[in-house]
Design a binder for this molecule. Structure first.
Ligand code: FAD
Ligand code: NDP
Length: 638
């Protein structure tokens, strides 16, 4: 749906040319297959292991589930998404005793469990990002919480709602099959019990399944010639190896890097946070850049307890109101004063990727993209000016400037990142969009130059789009999902593309729910969407059970007509996202891969709700107010 020029026709001709050139030089014919399929790799097997888990402690305790157990609610994933669902179930009256969570991690937190790199923090204000602050009475220590506090908060939520003893950690679900006679999902789970004990295979039955397995937790690695010869140490940022760097997730004293030459590949949101820490300790740091991030002002500060009590958290319902206020700023539909008032709430063009008010028809696309650029340009110019102001060497400054609008890559915010490039022990190796060429036994090769390094940090992101296959929710989660009448979720998705009601449930998969990521409303604040969806499904289930005398065999399933109707609504609004396919490559546009004409409709079916989060909230509210659970077929007597 992109315009032929990638949607930049409204820009000044020289700038327009620059955006197009910079994008084109990054297009790679191999698209997402430039990344390794980790399942096939022995070298990166460590990415499938959990460096943080304490197996001995787990093995000493009785597990919270036994083989053959019949559970009412099985929640896959114990990150904020899974926890929020469990909490919302309890809030609407279900018993905590009927809930079990499983996660292949060794603790709560998902993203915040796995990622422990130095510098880790949330980019959305913690007062709206950290879920359930009002309910837990917790005041975040900083405006942008650091990783440890975010992980501790997951533990806090689990403890408050008594979910700690109900979660099976170190356990991965790989198969979920609907048994229509028993009216249960049959789940096959492998519990990893550490190197000293055999794995335990567990089979569970569950009446309802919720899949909160996240979208940014499968690390990916570029295919680089010579990687298998590289003799230096290496790790991915999502499995930071403090044995190599020194320090710990609680203490970023990376003293083992003293005297070492370090290379880091990638300059995305993770690298922007980790690089200032690496630069403090490495003898020399080479930053291998393919595309610069846009780096805006952060303005980190400790929370002022007086401001917290008397202003931020002073009224009942403040967190939801503040979140909604943020969402409205993001889509240029302010409902009152900008409460968060930060770099994010001023990123007015981010609505290009999360949707916004109004429906964009094919005829309106050029005007729509023009409007987005109008929102974007002042910020883009300010961000580029900031580079000039901070960086002393004009040539380096030029290399650090992003030449794409803010909706193309998640914008970043940091006060210490750019100044790093003024340090004598840091070299920016800009590859002019080409990326690193190869590795040798002791060096990284880029721009036909060899850079000897001792330690390589891979800040190369996540497999947001699976390298091969349908890209269904099931495939992302690594679970073979088989619904009613043997229907495979992958086959259905591969054949037709995404289909759901509200982005949360699909025909053929009774009692099976998920928080998108396709066909839902989006915002920059992930936890807002996770919380909203969890509430919506919990309320729906409570209402379904209220209608029947005997809920043990209740099934609730989206009708075919309802999912096609919702998908039609999604398609009708998908014009909003026309600017994304013209973006510089990245995970938002499948690394710039060209989508074959016959697959374009399929891809469009997977879009977010084009009218944005404010509208999505209203649509869900109106649906609940109607009261008929419209679009679901409910049966308890079969
Ligand atoms: P996750 O946190 O990814 O948790 C999913 C869990 O499910 C994981 O522990 C995973 O191991 C487990 N799992 C997956 N498959 C299976 C399976 N088959 N069986 C069992 N368990 C399984 N968003 C923001 O809005 N603001 C931010 O500042 C922000 N910062 C981020 C920083 C980083 C480094 C990353 C990677 C992401 C960030 N995000 C941010 C996005 C973040 O992922 C979400 O905000 C949110 O934490 C997602 O929660 P989740 O529970 O849906 O998924
Ligand atoms: P990204 O996918 O954003 O970045 C990966 C980086 O690796 C890019 O700079 C990419 O370049 C680069 N890269 C990949 N292959 C090569 C190659 N062959 N040669 C050179 N460079 C290469 O991953 P991140 O982990 O940084 O972030 C992923 C997402 O996680 C974010 O978008 C955000 O949603 C979330 N996040 C949020 C944070 C927060 O602020 N709280 C912190 C960290 C992550 P190119 O751009 O050219 O593809």
């Amino acid at each position: 749906m992109a315009t032929a020029d990638g949607g930049v026709a409204v820009l000044d001709p020289a700038l327009r040319q620059k955006y197009i050139e910079e994008r084109n030089k990054r297009l790679r014919p191999e698209g997402i297959t430039q990344f390794l399929k980790l399942a096939d790799s022995t070298q990166f097997k460590y990415l499938q292991e959990d460096p943080w888990v304490d197996h001995a402690a787990f093995n000493a305790k009785p597990p919270p589930v036994s083989d053959g157990d019949d559970i009412k609610f099985l929640v896959m994933g114990a990150g904020y998404g899974g926890l929020l669902f469990a909490v919302r179930l309890i809030e609407v009256g279900f018993r905590a005793a009927d809930i079990r969570l499983i996660d292949d991690a060794g603790g709560f937190g998902g993203t915040w469990y796995w990622n422990r790199y130095p510098g880790l923090m949330c980019d959305v204000e913690s007062y709206i990002y950290m879920p359930l602050l009002e309910e837990t009475g917790y005041m975040p220590r900083f405006k942008y919480a650091y990783g440890t506090e975010l992980r501790e908060h997951a533990d806090r939520i689990a403890a408050k709602w008594e979910l700690t003893g109900k979660t099976l950690f170190r356990s991965r679900c790989h198969d979920a099959e609907w048994d229509d006679v028993a009216k249960r999902w049959i789940l096959h789970i492998t519990e990893h019990r550490g190197p000293a004990e055999p794995k335990r295979e567990i089979r569970l039955k569950a009446q309802y399944v919720y899949v909160a397995t996240g979208i940014l937790n499968a690390p990916h690695i570029p295919r680089l010639p010579g990687f298998d010869q590289f003799k230096g140490q290496h790790f991915h940022t999502s499995r930071w190896d403090y044995k190599i760097t020194g320090g710990s997730d609680l203490d970023w004293t990376l003293d083992k890097l003293k005297g070492k030459t370090v290379g880091i590949i990638g300059t995305g949101a993770t690298a922007v946070q980790a690089i200032p820490q690496l630069a403090k300790w490495a003898k020399h740091l080479y930053v291998f850049q393919r595309t610069p991030s846009s780096v805006d002002v952060r303005g980190q500060r400790p929370t002022d307890p007086d401001e917290w009590t008397n202003k931020i958290a002073s009224t009942k319902g403040w967190q939801c109101a503040r979140s909604e206020n943020f969402n409205s700023q993001l889509v240029n539909a302010p409902i009152s004063e900008d409460l968060v008032d930060d770099g994010w709430s001023h990123t007015l063009s981010y609505c290009g990727v999360i949707g916004g008010p109004g429906i964009v028809s094919p005829d309106n696309i050029p005007e729509h993209i023009a409007k987005l650029h109008e929102y974007d340009l002042p910020r883009a110019e300010r961000v580029r000016r900031r580079v000039n102001e901070v960086i002393r060497d004009p040539e380096v400054a030029e290399r650090l400037k992003p030449w794409y609008p803010a909706w193309c890559k998640r914008p970043t915010f940091h006060d210490d990142y750019l100044p790093v490039f003024n340090r004598p022990n840091v070299t920016l190796v800009d590859t002019d969009g080409h990326g690193v060429d190869a590795l040798t036994d002791d060096a990284l090769v880029a721009n036909s130059t060899s850079y000897p390094i001792d330690v390589l940090v891979l800040s190369t992101g996540y497999a947001m789009h699976v390298v091969e296959g349908s890209g269904s929710l099931a495939q992302r989660a690594g679970v073979k999902v088989t619904g009613r009448d043997g229907l495979s979720m992958d086959e259905k998705w591969g054949r037709e593309g995404a289909a759901s009601l509200h982005g949360m449930a699909a025909h053929g998969f009774p009692n099976f729910f998920f928080p998108g990521p396709n066909q839902i409303g989006a915002t920059a604040n992930f936890t807002f969407a996770l919380s909203l969806i969890a509430s919506h499904i919990a309320t729906t289930l409570a209402e379904a059970e209220r209608r029947v005398d005997q809920s043990d065999r209740l099934t609730i399933e989206v009708t075919r007509a309802a999912e096609e109707a919702w998908t039609g609504e999604i398609l009708m609004r998908s014009g909003w996202f026309a600017g994304v396919s013209g973006c510089t490559p990245g995970y938002m546009n499948m690394e710039g891969a060209a989508v074959a004409v016959q697959d374009q409709m399929k891809a469009a079916r997977g879009a977010f709700w084009g009218e944005g989060m404010l509208s999505y909230v209203e649509v869900l509210k109106a649906w609940r107010a109607e009261g008929g659970l419209k679009g679901f077929q409910i049966d308890a007597n079969n």
